[in-house]
Design a protein around this ligand. Sequence first.
Ligand code: ATP
Ligand code: MG
Length: 508
Amino acid sequence: MNSPHASSEAVPRLARIIPRDSHPISRSKIAPEALRVLYRLREAGFDAYLVGGCVRDLTLGLEPKDFDVATNALPEQVKRLFRNCRLVGRRFRLAHVFFGREIIEVATFRASGAPPQGDELPPEDPSLEDGSLEDGSLDDAPIDEAPLEVEEVSELEDSRDVHDFDESLERVVDQSGRILRDNVYGTIDDDIWRRDFTCNALYYNIADFSVWDYCQGFEDVKARRLRLIGDPETRYREDPVRMLRAARFQAKLGFEIEPATAEPIAKLSGLLAGVPPARLFDETLKLFLTGHGAESYRVLLERGLLDELLPGVAAFARKHPGSAPERMLIQGLINTDARVRADRPVTPSFLFALLLYGPIGLAIEKRPRAEWHDISTILDAVDVAVRDIYTRVAVHRRFILGMRDMFALQPRLEVPRGRRALRTLEHPRFRAAFDLLQLRAEFGMADKAIVEWWTKLQAATPEQRATMSEAIGRTNGGAEGRGSSSGRNSRRRRGGRRRGRGGGGPVG
Ligand code: ATP
Ligand code: MG
């Protein structure tokens, strides 16, 4: 089948085949699980290729994040070959082959340019660290809005938005040109159209270890160049997330986006408003929590994409460039990148606390100064900032609750009151809240002495802790019993009250 793209002539139907001795990809660098899937498919008489980011990364000498396989076996045929296999995807059927925590994604060659895992709601990543709220000891009033659900295909077919449903292609496109459904299988040379950039469209053939290249992807990888396959504007309209992916690969790989691929982004970035917020949440985590978050922030701002992804964050950055909250955000992202590189856990709660710190501070400062440190003021401000991004990015509720805890703990950390400090130490979000306090102090937004006090307290023996907390309790006028359940309830009531715009806290 021919590609439906006007510019399909731009991609030859014959691949350039790069033999094993002309490319650097060695099987020793391929995950054994991926090799097993490739060999099993091959033994069953199917074609099997590694494809996508893993081939790109192997060519660059980097360690791939994950391994994707493309094959001419149909999903049901793949399922029959592997006991540990599940078919996933409502709109795009894919086979997931499980090896413990490792998943190898096996996709059947597809006929036209659809996003492979496109609008599917991504599964929550269980590896993301974020403990559940302990006992609601801080305000845990629920956020009103639930994440947007991804619509079923059947609804989309009925939708008035759908203006083009070609049964022979089984391809549904909305008014902006976005592909809503695509489920036709094809051959490897059709499959190229479901790839985004040339560097992501290299196929490593397990039959003879050659690399198949239809669109000079190999040259582009070597030149560290990001180039969309086909007409850039059409490809961005089909799937606006490709603009974010361009920014992500620029940030992650240090590739240069070639002019024709970069140019339409400014004009088309507004199309991101039509992407399901659950998918943008997933992309946001990939941008900021995979080791190149600081650079992602820079690139997203530079390309005007942050204004569409996280409008409140971008507005703050544009209005207050170089401010303490912005410098703290960048430093926080640098620290997060280092944690990812060291294989230490990172949490979306902390990320969103960093991103929203500026907007939350602004909301707080709208209140009378005397209320800035009230927990209810702080939580109201957090909720205002969250609502602001929620229409774009559906942050999972547990991360919002984690972030609210981090902010609500700030006054407790800044003014420890007697033995209550010891309970704060046990709070499941203490560590994240303390990290935030430390960063705030680094940028002059909290007292360095109190950071030192908490650092000492953490290292102290139980006896020393008791002495320290009593001593600081006398200084701060802390009374025992302030953390009692009645106190907690009254805080919860206050925090749960909705007072519209505004909030308060020790944020600026
Ligand atoms: P990463 O290093 O982040 O895993 P990747 O390029 O492998 O990068 P994935 O999201 O894992 O990205 O997708 C695998 C492959 O699927 C891509 O390399 C690309 O060929 C294709 N792909 C993914 N998303 C899209 C999209 N939105 N549009 C077109 N092709 C896509
Ligand atoms: Mg990948």
